[in-house]
Design a protein around this ligand. Structure first.
Ligand SMILES: Nc1ncnc2c1ncn2[C@@H]1O[C@H](COP(=O)(O)OP(=O)(O)OP(=O)(O)O)[C@@H](O)[C@H]1O
Length: 546
C-alpha cells in the first residue's frame, strides 16, 4: 500500500466527513463518513463533480475566494445539522489552490441541547410558580431528607433553604411527626395533619404526597398551610362575642342599694341623665360602684337594647387607646345607638383627649375606617379630681368642660354607712347562690362590726370581707356573727391585711380586664402586665380565673 493509499484509508476511518476541492471547485477528495453524512450513493462517481452540485448550502467554494479559514460553523443539511470547519490550502506563493471541509453530524446533540433548554425553561417556570404560591412547599427525597423548599416555606417556618436542604425533614417541626418521614415509610399520601412548626410554634396543617417515577418511590412533596392567622381571627371573634355578651349591662337602678340620702341623690341625678342625651361623668374612689351606675344609666335609657361597651384607659398604651376608639374595630363605632363607658378617663393620652374633644365638640369622628359618625352616649369615670389635673396641665381643659356638664359624684362607703346593712344582706344573698349555701342573716353585732369600719376599699372590700366571713363558718352555721367576720378593726396589722385584700381584689380585676383586652392571649396579657407567663398562670389559678 502506498503512503497515499494509507492516508486515504486512515481518513476514511474518521467519524468526521472530509471533502477537498481544487481551485476550480471540483471535488478531488471525499471520505466515507462524508458520503454517509451527505447520504450519497456509494456507487455514484463524486470525484470531479462541482461541490455546489453535491453539497447543498456549501460554502467551501467561497473559501477559494476569501482564503480565510472558517471554524465550527453550524450548517443545515436537509433535516440534519452539521458543524463544519473549512480550510484553504495554499501554495508557496500563498495562492489558494484547494480547500478542505471537515464536518460532523450534530443533529442528535442539537436536539439534546434544545431539550435541555426546554427543560431549563420549564424548571424556571415551575420554580417561580412554586415560589409565588402562598402555601409552603417542601420536597424530600426517598429517605426523607429535604431537597427543595419554596419562599413561603421560609416565611412560615422561619427556616432558609440553606438551613434545611440535606437535613432530615424533622428539622422544621416543633410538635408532631414529620409527614415526609411517614410518607417515606408508608409510601402513601397523608392529608390535613395538624402540626406546629418551630418558628413561634405556629399552627399549620400539612398534606404530603409520595412521588413515584416509573413505579419507584423517589420522595415526597408536602404542602403546608399556615392556620395561625385563622386561629387568631377565630379567637378574636370568640373573644369579641364573649365580650359583647358579657358587656351587656346587667345592673339596673333597683340593684343599687341606696338608703342614704347622699346616694339617693346620686341616683336621682343618674336617672335624670339616663333620660337625656347628655354625656355623663362619674366621679368616685375605687370600688364605689361607678360601673354599676353606668350600667344602670344605660339600662334605663332608650338605648338599653343596644350595646353597652367599656374601655378602661388604665390598661392601655396610647396606641391601643386610639386603636380601640378609632381603629378598625372601633368601640365607638361598635357602640352605635348604645353606650360607651370610658373608665379612668384621666389616663387618656393627649392624642386620645384631642380626638375625643374633636368628636364631642365638632361632631367629627376622626377615623380612617368609617364615614358615618355613630350615635353613642358616653359615660366617663374617674377616681381623680379632673379640675386639679387641668390646673396641672395633665388634662385638656376643653375636654374637661365638655365631659363634666353632668358630673355625678358617687360617695365612698364611709360617707354612707347607713347603706351597709342592706348592702351586706344583698351580698350575702349573692354569695349564698355562689356557694350553694343557706345563710339567713347577720347578727346585730356583726352588722355593728361592719358599720364601725372605715372601708377604704369601698364596696369591693365589703364584698371581700363578707366572702371571707362565709369561709369562716361551719356548714351548720346559719347566721353570720361578729366572730365570723375577720378582724377588721383599724389596727396596723389588720390595716395591712385589709390593704392586701383590696389590692388582691384589684389585681384580679386588672388581670381579667387585661385578658379581655388581649382577647384571651396569655402571652400578650403577661407582657402588658409586666409579669412572666408562668406568674400569670399562677395568678389565674389562684384567683380562679378561667
Ligand atoms: N350600690 C351598690 N349596691 C350594691 N353593690 C354595689 C353597689 N355599687 C357597687 N356595687 C358592687 O361593688 C363592686 C364594685 O363596683 P364597680 O366595679 O362598679 O366600682 P367602680 O367604682 O367602677 O370601681 P373601679 O373604679 O375600681 O373600677 C361591684 O362588685 C358591684 O357589684
Amino acid at each position: 500500500m502506498t503512503t497515499e493509499e494509507l492516508i486515504k484509508n486512515i481518513i476514511d476511518q474518521l467519524q468526521e466527513g472530509v471533502i477537498a476541492i481544487d481551485e476550480y471547485e471540483k471535488i478531488i477528495f471525499i471520505n466515507k463518513s462524508a458520503k454517509d453524512i451527505l447520504e450519497l450513493d456509494n456507487k455514484e462517481k463524486i470525484l470531479g463533480k462541482n461541490v455546489i452540485d453535491v453539497v447543498p448550502n456549501t460554502r467551501l467554494h467561497d473559501i477559494l475566494r476569501t482564503g480565510e479559514r472558517e471554524i465550527d460553523r453550524l450548517q443545515n443539511l436537509g433535516n440534519k445539522v452539521i458543524i463544519t470547519s473549512r480550510t484553504p490550502i495554499k501554495n508557496d506563493e500563498n495562492e489558494v489552490i484547494a480547500a478542505v471541509a471537515v464536518f460532523r453530524d450534530v443533529t442528535s446533540i442539537q436536539k439534546l441541547a434544545e431539550e435541555v433548554t426546554n427543560l431549563k425553561e420549564i424548571e424556571a417556570l415551575l420554580t417561580s410558580i412554586i415560589d409565588y404560591t402562598s402555601d409552603a412547599i417542601s420536597v424530600a427525597d426517598q429517605e426523607g431528607r429535604v431537597i427543595m423548599v419554596n419562599r413561603a416555606y421560609t416565611k412560615i417556618t422561619g427556616l432558609t433553604p440553606r438551613e434545611v436542604i440535606g437535613k432530615p425533614a424533622t428539622i422544621d417541626i416543633a410538635e408532631g411527626e414529620s409527614l415526609h418521614i411517614r410518607c417515606a415509610k408508608e409510601k402513601k399520601p397523608l392529608f390535613n395533619v395538624k402540626l406546629k412548626v418551630v418558628e413561634g410554634k405556629k399552627d399549620v396543617i400539612a398534606s404530603v404526597t409520595p412521588i413515584f417515577v416509573k413505579n419507584e418511590f423517589r420522595g415526597s412533596v408536602a404542602v403546608i398551610h399556615d392556620i395561625s392567622e385563622l386561629k387568631r381571627l377565630g379567637n378574636e371573634l370568640e373573644a369579641t362575642k364573649r365580650m359583647l355578651k358579657k358587656e351587656k349591662a346587667k345592673y339596673s337602678f333597683e340593684d343599687i342599694v341606696a338608703k342614704s340620702l347622699i346616694m339617693q341623690n346620686s341616683i336621682k341625678q343618674a336617672q335624670k341623665a339616663a333620660q337625656s342625651k347628655v354625656n355623663v361623668l362619674l366621679v368616685g374612689e375605687y370600688g364605689v360602684g361607678k360601673e354599676v351606675m353606668a350600667q344602670a344609666i344605660h339600662n334605663s335609657s332608650r338605648r338599653k337594647d343596644n350595646p353597652f361597651l367599656r374601655i378602661n384607659f388604665s390598661l392601655l398604651t396610647k396606641e391601643k387607646q386610639i386603636d380601640l376608639l378609632f381603629g378598625e374595630n372601633s368601640y365607638i363605632y361598635n357602640a352605635d345607638k348604645g353606650t360607651l363607658y370610658l373608665e379612668n378617663v384621666h389616663l387618656a393620652s393627649f392624642e386620645t383627649q384631642e380626638k375625643l374633644l374633636k368628636l364631642l365638640k365638632e361632631n367629627e369622628f376622626d377615623s380612617r375606617y368609617f364615614d358615618i359618625k355613630p350615635d353613642v352616649k358616653f359615660i366617663f369615670s374617674t377616681t381623680e379630681n379632673l379640675r386639679t389635673l387641668v390646673t396641672l396641665g395633665k388634662f385638656s381643659r376643653e375636654l374637661y368642660y365638655k365631659i363634666s356638664v353632668v358630673t355625678i359624684k358617687i360617695p365612698p362607703l364611709r360617707e354612707r354607712k347607713e347603706d351597709i346593712p342592706l348592702m351586706a344582706k344583698q351580698k350575702l344573698h349573692y354569695l349564698n347562690q355562689k356557694y350553694g349555701r343557706i345563710i339567713y342573716d347577720f347578727t346585730e353585732d356583726a352588722i355593728k362590726k361592719l358599720m364601725n369600719y372605715n372601708w377604704g376599699g369601698n364596696i369591693r372590700e365589703l364584698e371581700n370581707i363578707i366572702d371571707r366571713s362565709l369561709l369562716n363558718m361551719d356548714p351548720e352555721d346559719k347566721i353570720v356573727t361578729s366572730s365570723h367576720i375577720p378582724d377588721i378593726t383599724e389596727n396596723n396589722d389588720k390595716t395591712y391585711e385589709k390593704l392586701k385584700d383590696a389590692l388582691e381584689e384589684y389585681e384580679k380585676k386588672i388581670i381579667i380586664e387585661t385578658l379581655e383586652v388581649c382577647h384571651g392571649n396569655k402571652t400578650e396579657t403577661a407582657k402588658k402586665l409586666g409579669i412572666t407567663v408562668r406568674n400569670l398562670y399562677y395568678k389565674l389559678d389562684r384567683y380562679g380565673i378561667k
